[in-house]
Write a protein that binds this ligand. Structure first.
Ligand code: SF4
Length: 354
């Protein structure tokens, strides 16, 4: 979205004016072919554009090839330690290589890089503050400055061997460090930047750290592709990524719920209905905003960005509103009655042509 140069991973463009690309990563051993494919499809259904997988051993070659052949989206091979794995990954047909210069020294990887150049494959230089190329940091050098200097040197080296399609990520497990590093990187690197907070934590902790750091960077115009790293399923990472994109730069997908916390004015089951709607429409692609508000006094006005919403009135009574304007009042005896009214309206919107 924000870089000057566009890099294609398979048929997915990263950078330039293109939408920010959502990535996730599989976690099962490659030998678990069906398990990985199931996770991959779940992630794609949640909105993943590209999926990455570790490729740790030559024994996984046939499994990687199988995954590439069965995947509906481009596959990125994540390579550490052994540069021969890069060559095998290219042979398996992957669409991009993620190379960590902290775990494979530059001089050991040159042959593999020449092959990448020949095949015109993109590469991500994926730096991680937890696995720095320590031997390249000069005595007394600031670590953050060192990693930026090393990234520049590696880009020059890749260009020298003919690799032009380069994406860079510099990740830290600290949100503020992630922000600082990527701001510095964006000042000189014209290619796409992959942003993420590494080892961010569990669903709640990781979502908060990632939302803060990635939302900040995206709002500043930094970040062409994102991965939210969570100790959770890949499809959950993808869901969170979309929520961050929607909240920070308005790149939305699926359902956005606007619901109030309730207060003494509330007269209805706000939390329960909001949750039921979220569960029922968890898999939609079209972006729609639905509101569930506790009172008709403030509800429709406070949720005026919602395509459709309900606000509770007196006991057993609620109003249906669209874009902040009250549409009609209805009576209900149960949650089922409420769900019937609101889902009829949501389904109508979903059926409309985009
Ligand atoms: S919308 Fe009404 S019920 Fe909900 S928090 Fe605001 S004032 Fe309270």
């Amino acid at each position: 979205m924000f870089s000057k140069k566009v890099v294609y991973v398979g048929d997915v463009p990263i950078g330039g004016k293109h939408p920010v690309v959502v990535q996730t990563m599989l976690w099962r051993p490659l030998a678990d072919r069906e398990g990985n494919l199931r996770d991959l499809i779940d992630a794609v259904n949640a909105g993943a554009d590209i999926v990455r997988v570790s490729f740790p051993s030559p024994d996984d070659f046939e499994h990687l090839k199988w995954l590439v052949n069965h995947s509906p989206v481009p596959i990125v091979a994540d390579i550490h330690y052994d540069p021969r794995q890069v060559i095998l990954a290219v042979e398996a047909g992957v669409h991009k290589i993620r190379w960590n210069p902290g775990t494979i020294a530059v001089k050991r990887v040159k042959d593999a890089l020449k092959l990448i150049a020949e095949k015109k494959l993109p590469i991500r230089l994926g730096y991680n503050m937890a696995s720095l190329p320590r031997e390249r940091i000069k005595a007394g050098e600031d670590v953050k400055e060192a990693i930026l200097r090393i990234a520049r040197e590696d880009v020059d080296m890749l260009n020298d061997v003919g690799v032009e399609d380069i994406v860079i990520s510099i990740k830290s497990s600290t949100p503020n460090e992630t922000i600082d590093l990527n701001k510095s990187l964006s000042q000189w690197f014209n290619g796409p930047i992959h942003i993420g907070v590494t080892e961010a934590g569990t669903l709640l902790d990781g979502t908060i750290k990632s939302s803060y750091a990635l939302g900040y960077l995206l709002r500043e115009g930094i970040g062409d592709t994102i991965r939210v790293s969570l100790s959770a399923e890949p499809w959950q990472e993808v869901k969170v990524a979309w929520k961050i994109l929607c909240a920070s730069i308005g790149q939305c997908r699926g359902l956005t719920i606007v619901s109030c916390p309730k207060c003494a004015r509330s007269t209805g089951p706000v939390w329960e209905i909001a949750q039921k709607i979220e569960d029922k429409y968890a898999h939609i692609r079209k972006h729609i905003t639905v509101a569930v508000m506790g009172c008709a006094v403030n509800g429709p006005g406070e949720a005026r960005e919602a395509d459709v919403g309900i606000a509770f009135g007196g006991p057993g009574e609620a109003v249906l509103f669209k874009k902040g304007k009250v549409y009609r009042t209805f009576h209900f005896d149960s949650d089922t009655d409420i769900m019937k009214i609101i889902t009829t309206e949501i389904d109508k919107i979903l059926e409309e042509e985009v």
